[in-house]
Design a protein around this ligand. Structure first.
Ligand SMILES: NC(=O)C1=CN([C@@H]2O[C@H](COP(=O)(O)OP(=O)(O)OC[C@H]3O[C@@H](n4cnc5c(N)ncnc54)[C@H](OP(=O)(O)O)[C@@H]3O)[C@@H](O)[C@H]2O)C=CC1
Ligand SMILES: CCCCCCCCCCCCCCCC(=O)[C@@H](N)CO
Length: 362
């Protein structure tokens, strides 16, 4: 034993001597490389150690589950053995979605069901949730994914669209969480199941982190979801319920096709800075983020990077990585704002405004 300590001391001595003989520049590079290697290895080990969520026999409720991201989340949940309930308005779309999701079941005992409801009405969503719970049991995972984007120039957008965006995206999320909370709280309090915390995953957007021309109504509703997520993450610790928020950037979904028909050209140009993903890939990122235990879930590095500089007092995902990135993200945000402003100055709205000024002067 003594000898072991002895050789360890000798090793440390040699190592320190070797470090001491290095030039400052070499030492700095060496330390940075060692830190990065330790970080990568420890992250890999931690990720491996993290339990994958056991979906088998658990009930997953997804609003907006008849299309786009919600539908892909339903398919993934079915593939992993969950009972899936999807909630949306249009019964035809729901019926088709049920067929798609059911074809991915891995066991006959899985229940895949659909309930028609409007999330912007508490009575409507609460009625649907009660039926879903009666049919498939208490909700283990809830994803309030129903949402829509109505892009327009602020000056041209009718006031009622600001209300409808808030009613669907923000209040739809609040209503859904309110509706599932009593049953989820009971499930979370179950001592036998204490290890597996029920989870709520809010669906924000990259537009929960930054705002630009054309998204004033949509972006505000998505920023509100970010604020809600921060508060609930903290408050629901008392209930043993886990809260996460997902910030997808553009996804190729039926919703995107619809919004593109009315999207101002400047908005499209700025949004194009980030890559578009398939709904399937985004759904996979959402669940893998939950499994890694991340509160903030992003699909791509660019949005992760953007988030670090606007973190405020929100919890960081990775203290080392986020702290390292934040200053660079601030610099990037400055460059981005100069670029975004350039797009707006040379854009359609600026042209229309200039023309109407000139008309008035004549
Ligand atoms: N696509 C994108 O680029 C991005 C999307 N997001 C967000 O992801 C989420 C999903 O978007 P995406 O997949 O594109 O959307 P889709 O338009 O493809 O699907 C929206 C779903 O929500 C349902 N829905 C809409 N309004 C209501 C309502 N009032 N009550 C109940 N259900 C409703 C729709 O069904 P029905 O109409 O029958 O009710 C449908 O199932 C949204 O929250 C969106 O803001 C975030 C970032 C990027
Ligand atoms: C720190 C500097 C990095 C900045 C990165 C900026 C990238 C800008 C892209 C923003 C993409 C916004 C996507 C919103 C999509 C959306 O929610 C709608 N399509 C809804 O349907």
């Amino acid at each position: 034993m003594g000898c072991l300590t002895c050789s360890f001391a000798k090793f440390v001595d040699k190592y320190l001597l070797w470090l001491g003989n290095m030039s400052f520049k070499k030492l700095t590079i060496f330390l940075i490389i060692v830190t990065i290697i330790i970080w990568i290895i420890s992250k890999k080990i931690i990720d491996k150690m993290m339990n994958r969520i056991n979906f088998q026999g658990k009930h997953v409720i997804i609003t907006g589950g008849s299309s786009g991201l919600g539908l892909s989340l339903g398919v993934l949940s079915a593939q992993r053995g969950a009972h899936v309930s999807i909630i949306a308005r249009n019964p035809e779309k729901l019926k088709k979605a049920i067929e798609t999701i059911s074809s991915h079941k891995i066991s006959d005992s899985q229940t895949i069901s659909a309930f028609s409801a409007d999330v912007s009405s508490f009575d409507s969503i609460s009625h649907a949730v009660n039926k879903a719970v009666k049919y498939s049991g208490p909700p283990f995972i809830v994803i309030p994914c129903a949402g829509e984007s109505l892009p327009a120039y602020f000056s041209q957008q009718p006031l009622d669209e600001f209300h409808s965006q808030m009613n669907l995206n923000f209040f739809g999320t609040v209503n859904t969480i309110k509706a599932v909370l009593p049953e989820m709280t009971k499930l979370a309090a179950d001592k036998k199941k204490k290890k597996e915390k029920p989870k709520i995953i809010l669906v924000g957007s990259a537009a929960s982190l930054l705002g630009f021309i054309g998204f004033s109504a949509y972006c505000s509703s998505k920023f509100a979801i970010k604020g809600l997520a921060d508060c609930l993450r903290n408050e629901f610790k008392a209930l043993n319920i886990e809260v996460h928020i997902f910030y997808p950037s553009t996804m190729e979904t039926p919703g995107l096709i619809e919004e593109s028909k009315r999207k101002p050209s400047e908005t499209t140009e700025i949004e194009g800075t980030a890559k578009a993903f398939s709904a399937e890939d985004s759904a996979k990122s959402l669940f893998s983020g939950v499994e890694k235990g991340n509160f903030h879930i992003t699909q791509e590095f660019l949005i992760y990077f953007a988030r670090t500089s606007m973190n405020g007092l929100s919890p960081v995902n990775n203290i080392f990585f986020d702290t390292l990135l934040a200053p660079f993200s601030l610099i990037a945000s400055y460059i981005m704002s100069v670029y975004f402003d350039y797009i707006v100055r040379k854009g359609k709205l600026a042209k229309i405004t200039k023309e109407s000024f000139e008309k008035k002067l004549k």
